[in-house]
Design a protein around this ligand. Sequence first.
Ligand code: NAD
Length: 471
Amino acid sequence: MSPVKVTKICCIGAGYVGGPTCAVVALKCPHITVTIVDLNQSRIDAWNSPDFKLPIYEPGLEDVVRQTRGRNLFFSTDVDKGIEEADLIFVSVNTPTKKSGIGAGFAADLNYVELATRRIADVAKSSKIVVEKSTVPCRTADAMRTILDANSKPNCRFDILSNPEFLAEGTAINDLLKPDRVLIGSLQTPQGIDACNSLASIYANWVPKDRILTVGLWSSELSKLAANAMLAQRISSVNALSAICEATGANIDEVAHAIGFDSRIGPKFLKASVGFGGSCFQKDILNLVYLSESCHLPEVAAYWRQVVEMNDYQKRRFSTRVVDTLFKTITGKRIAVLGFAFKADTGDTRESAAITLIRDFQQEKALINIYDPQVPHEQIWADLAEASPDIPLAATQKQVTICASAIEACKNAEAVVIATEWKEFCDIDWESVYAHMKKPAFIFDGRIIVDADRLRKIGFKVTVIGRAEAL
Ligand code: NAD
């Protein structure tokens, strides 16, 4: 046996990972035909839309899709055809936290991974390399291999690889074009190593060889959970320090700057905020907590659980600070929430801190104006309905208004809350905003992006995460 030369790739799952990842593979490997398949018709229609209104917002993505779509990149709902024709299949389906049953609230829901794997087993008539792209608990590849082997047809061999994705939304295209590393996990058998080399040779079209790391399957799976847990832990650590700063008069930006100079710590990912969001950090840490408990390691589970608890505390602390500062009541007061996405440069709202803040303000009977430059209005209504299932949508719509601009959202508001670090919020005409707000006019900066001294000179009362009050 020698490594298979891959000419046709199928990616199951056309989401935030499958779409950009395989679009970049198509861009860098014009000799390979890449088909991204999904059961979700409207998502595929959006990927195929004539005016390139893609289903996800990601800087640089449209340009990559414009160069590749119809050339060697295709989007389809025909999952079976995609599987049948491919030499290599990425499984890039969602792996959300389980909502009910055993491990609810912690374990990953592997139903989508299993269904995709069974589909591969049922449909494949020739050997395939199956690549776990989704983030999964350690040893999921074992389960996939068992399902595939038990259902394979004669002369049909499946090699399983783990190739977790480390892109960050908002910078996905750059992360994919210039990855810190590509990680490939395989069984350490001759066949496993051949499959690993086949995948590595695809990445070698644009990734330097020393950045392609090859490890065992279980190490690869665990490394993805570990990387997200370490990143989230760093945010929770800096957010814990931000609370101490607010209580003591220290400034979290100065503290982060000072500690980041230590080369053992480094300056990245030390920005305090209202809390991390996104579909991955919380889910993957909870997954690690569940894995630790399953391995009878309760102290390890408690250690990682604290990272998520700290994040919840940070969001709650911020809402409480808003209410306390507004004279301990926000009933009937209009609050402008700027930003709804979980971070800048994405339209993704999964686990966004903004949702928690707005739900808290709703419970305090405030009137809320929301503005986000990328999140579709129907997504905002759906997220609010999901976050507060006990509040009828009609009641929410009486309390909440979605606005077309930041300036419009701030009109007649008593307070502005910055929930997402969109660059345009740094450049707002704050003099004009001040003129149109009720007085005293408050700003709560949950992302540390405004020039607080300048805003105070205009007349605002400004509260910033990680700084003591200086109204
Ligand atoms: P997503 O929800 O955006 O996309 C998953 C897609 O898979 C959906 O469109 C869904 O319809 C499709 N799907 C599910 N089952 C299917 C099936 N049987 N056949 C065909 N299509 C199917 O999810 P995502 O954000 O792209 O994440 C995918 C995986 O990558 C997850 O495991 C996630 O943890 C991981 N990940 C995500 C990120 C991120 O930033 N979003 C980064 C790294 C890793």
